[in-house]
Write a protein that binds this ligand. Structure first.
Ligand code: NAD
Length: 304
């Protein structure tokens, strides 16, 4: 799942191949528990409104859920759905024994309270890991559901380095869905962790100290190669669409790929790095939730 090219120093961490491997492991485990225990893991995805990007995500989540042999249920609700109706649906899914994972696609329309909605999901079925109980469990180093994007980053880092113990890690971005849980996971693996953000002073110097840089900012190509310590591992979470000089658009990350790849020891590309791992980890979390619900052995290497 790693490749090197002549033009650059860095090993490219191939998230697409890694994600296919994770989905393969999930599918094999699903087959086994279906055969041995007669249980099919089930994932329910709830989409409110018609945000085009969310519709694409929900479609590909449903497709991949079915591909690994799980049950996939989609609930598409009108944009003006009341909070009461949405909470009612979540209560129903919480009580449905055939559903092991519930994901409410964010962002929600403005009239709905995201925190209230997310915290109404049964924490054991909260496969996005955003419920306040899971945030607390992760923060105190206890067994929890771990947010999918940082979990995918952690898996790729462990695969590349083996142990992360004692490494200096800098996470750029402090969001609840990526930056903060990423920092907790790296701390859990005994890194020395710095969280940088929009008010960080001397960001280039902070980043230059890092053996591991995780960029989760949402600003296209913000991190240039001269911020990177030679040999460091760069995990690029950003997904930004920019105009191409010849017309049309393309996706880029939060790091300037070419200049960073010339200095780094390893780097994830955009697209094809962190992105594919996010859905693979959603499937892994659904399987983990199912195994925990039924007291079955959890799959190895698919959790934090
Ligand atoms: P966010 O907007 O919630 O958070 C961005 C963070 O970046 C903030 O904490 C902010 O303090 C920090 N920041 C902003 N400007 C900065 C600056 N100049 N210097 C340092 N820090 C700065 O974003 P998010 O939800 O965490 O997402 C970050 C990026 O990751 C986005 O591009 C998003 O599309 C992408 N993303 C990708 C995946 C995936 O599956 N690959 C999943 C989630 C998010």
């Amino acid at each position: 799942m790693k490749r090197k090219t002549d033009k650059m120093t860095a090993t490219v961490i191939d998230g697409k191949a890694f994600a296919a491997n994770v989905r393969g492991k999930v599918a094999a485990h699903v087959t086994r528990i279906k055969e041995e225990n007669g249980i099919t893991p089930g994932l329910a995805v709830v989409l409110v409104g018609e945000d085009p990007a969310s519709q694409v995500y929900v479609r590909s989540k449903g497709k991949m859920t079915v591909e690994v042999g799980m049950k996939s249920v989609e609930h598409r609700l009108e944009a003006d759905t009341s909070e009461e109706a949405l909470l009612g649906l979540i209560a129903e899914l919480n009580g449905d024994p055939s559903i092991h994972g519930i994901l409410v696609q964010l962002p929600l329309p403005g009239h709905l309270d995201e925190d209230l909605v997310i915290n109404s999901i049964d924490p054991a079925k909260d496969v996005d890991g955003f419920h306040i109980s899971n945030v607390g469990l992760l923060g105190t180093g206890q067994k929890s559901m771990v947010p999918c994007t940082p979990l995918g980053c952690l898996m790729m880092l462990r695969d590349h380095h083996g142990s992360l113990s004692g490494m200096d890690a800098v996470v750029i971005g402090r969001s609840n869905i990526v930056g903060k849980p990423m920092a907790q996971l790296l701390l859990g693996d005994s890194c020395t962790v710095t969280i940088a953000h929009s008010r960080t002073k001397d960001l280039p110097d902070v980043v230059r100290r890092a053996d591991i840089v995780v960029a989760a900012v949402g600003r296209s190509q913000m991190v240039p190669g001269d911020w990177i310590k030679p040999g460091a591992t760069v995990i690029d979470v950003g997904i930004n669409r920019i105009e191409k000089p010849e017309g049309g658009t393309r996706l880029v990350g939060d790091v300037d790929y070419d200049s960073c790849a010339a200095v780094a020891g390893a780097i994830t590309p955009v697209p094809g790095g962190v992105g594919p791992m996010t859905i693979a980890c959603l499937l892994a979390n659904t399987l983990t939730a199912c195994c925990r619900a039924h007291g079955l052995v959890e799959p190895k290497g698919l959790t934090a």
